[in-house]
Design a protein around this ligand. Sequence first.
Ligand code: EPZ
Length: 422
Amino acid sequence: MARILITGGRPLEGTVEVSGAKNAVLPILMASLLTEQPCRLKGVPHLKDVTTSIELLGHMGVEVSLGDHFSVGLDAGRLHAQVAPYELVKTMRASILVLGPLLARTGYARVSLPGGCAIGARPVDLHLNGLSALGAKISVESGYINARADRLQGARVVLDKVTVTGTENILMAATLAEGVTIIENAAQEPEVVDLAECLISMGAQISGHGTNTITVEGCRELEGFDYKVLPDRIEAGTFLVGAAMTGGCIRAVNAAPKTMDAILVKLEDAGARINTGDDWIELDMAGRRPRAVNIATAPYPGFPTDMQAQFTALDSIAEGTGVVRENVFENRFMHVLELQRLGADMRLEGNAVIVRGVDHLTGAPLMATDLRASACLVLAGLVARGDTIVDRVYHIDRGYENIEEKLGQLGARIRRLPAAAA
Ligand code: EPZ
């Protein structure tokens, strides 16, 4: 498996371009299933999860074409399968997002259960309950979800927990249902809003997106879309944390600072000087060591769980002690054991980690376990003394486009190594 070698000690300085948001691209690619008209999505990052999504859609008969400037053409006019097989779903949980659109468009969908992952059990019961409320007949057997509906009926859906992809699945299904659907306790993430805006551009009647109550007036059919995805707030936040950890000064361009309030406030609490424009963010640490910050993850607009590992790494070398509490997933501290290998002083207590900042980390070989944990290990390598090698970087490639090129352009000493000899 490919590995990444980082030699620490350099501050991040310069300008970095933020890519399109992975967690908006994935549901919007699946939204192409809702129409027989051609669609085009622009600003698509080159990520493993995007490639997997394209493979999955192709498997169903969607014609996919790659255009210039990271654009993807999709034509779901002639579907020949409504199945998402285990071989593909097991590599990307977000495959579950084909369920709602397939069911709404064709009346049938057979999707492999995603199964658990490193950060938690991650069930999909809320997705299934919501689609059942819209009239779908759903059975689960031999690891597959089988869903049928002649035509979905609008209904009031109350989500027991805030679920991002659950909200997205139900939202997409509701656009073609008969009558009005109201989704209560809906996720408010910017990526959900971006999906809703794309659906509206297709002719869907949606209001309330970005709040906890989304209303959808179903219609018979939708047009294609020609849409540009919003910038990735988690990728941008990851680079900004790297600059804060290394005492650097960077400017993130093609960014969406308005979607990053909770992240930017915590970076200012850590001592960073932040300036923003409509589509750029500048962070200047002026060579200072960051101050430890306390984090408690929550659904948007709360602090994003996808930035928890990165701030745990920041606290590991900060001045003072920080408490990082993970309230969304039940096992999202796999990076703690790896950070301890670098000399971090942290201890787990229930769903929190108490981090006492040390004045330096020492490079070591590490193992990535999940997408955001692997990014946090790369950030730790930027400040550790000597060499850090992060193994299993396929996790990183799922969510970060050319991370070593982008960090290298900011002055980091980082390069990809071939897989270690067996
Ligand atoms: C989305 O995952 C993101 N993925 C995740 O990003 C992100 O961490 C997560 O939302 C939270 O913000 C995509 O958008 C593709 P949830 P999702 O459903 O939708 C429980 C990354 O790093 N739950 O909001 O799967 C669940 O177990 C990835 O880019 C149920 O119990 O997360 C969790 O505890 C990682 N039943 C909580 O809700 C369900 O049916 C929130 O999960 C669904 C979820």
